[in-house]
Design a protein around this ligand. Structure first.
Ligand SMILES: [Zn+2]
Length: 271
């Protein structure tokens, strides 16, 4: 069955198939003709730049209407539902997957790929700061390999569990060719926030360039996504994209990356 998002649009479907090869999903709005023309090239160029800088990404450049919804800790029982809700809204996203869960949900990653990029969220979801480099590397490689075997798509993104990272973690990820992606907005769903509180937190902070942390297998998150977050983004004319798309369309400057979370609060001059 073809996903809703592609129905009746053959040219967009063709772009999508090409983009899926690197974990990037089209279509994009007509105004972004340049980005549509060579999305894979733009993404690869940006990923190479970020790997050279070796700094985690927390948001885009804050110069666009694009936002990245990210979903951690799947696949799980709600992952398919999240995909359906996103597809119905013609939304795009990024899923950061926990390797050891893949065996229980082997078909989910391919379904997620229809509208999302996939990232590595380690095999066991442990705090990487407590592990030696060799174990960090095993966590990342095992997960990346499992995702790539499930989908045939190369994994270029990595998110450390709990956002716990340091120079050693960053170095391991960079050596493996993966960009470390954190977030600029924590929806607080992992702390047990209600669906209305999750929606309110996102509403309070969201802006073009935001990367939002969500967990689709938390019960309240699905309702917040469907009833508050997606309608809110539509009302504010913000467009959901995957993280690779955000990096290509609205890349963070070096000054922003160096500034950490502060770099996601205000537009910094280009370096
Ligand atoms: Zn997590």
């Amino acid at each position: 069955m073809r996903p809703d998002v592609l129905e009746g649009d053959v040219s967009r479907a063709a772009i999508a198939v090409a983009a899926i090869a690197i974990g990037l999903f089209a279509p994009l709005p007509a105004a972004e003709a340049d980005a549509r023309a060579r999305p894979a090239v733009r993404v690869e160029r940006e990923i190479a730049r970020l790997l050279r800088l070796d700094l985690p990404v927390r948001c885009g450049g804050l110069r666009s209407r694009y936002v990245a919804l990210t979903f951690d800790d799947g696949p799980g029982p709600n992952s398919q539902l999240a995909v359906r809700i996103l597809a119905r809204a013609h939304a795009h996203a990024t899923f950061f997957l926990v390797g050891k869960e893949l065996r229980y949900w082997p078909r989910i990653p391919r379904r997620e790929l229809r509208l999302a990029a996939l990232g590595d969220h380690t095999w066991t979801h442990r705090d990487l700061l407590a592990l030696p480099n060799s174990a960090i590397r095993r966590e990342l490689v095992a997960t990346r390999t499992a995702i790539e075997q499930a989908t045939g798509v190369r994994v270029r993104l990595f998110r450390p569990p709990y956002g716990a990272t340091d120079a050693a973690v960053a170095r391991v990820a960079a050596h493996l060719g993966m960009v470390e992606v954190l977030w600029s907005i924590d929806s607080r769903d992992s702390e047990g926030a209600s669906w209305s509180a999750i929606g309110a937190e996102v509403a309070r902070q969201i802006r073009g360039g935001s990367i939002v942390l969500l967990h689709e297998n938390r019960g309240q998150t699905i309702r917040a996504l469907r009833d508050l977050i997606l309608p809110l983004l539509r009302a504010r004319h913000l467009i959901t994209v995957s993280v690779p798309q955000l990096l290509a369309l609205d890349p963070p400057s070096r000054a922003q990356l160096r500034a950490g979370y502060a770099g996601c609060q205000a537009v910094h001059a280009a370096p």
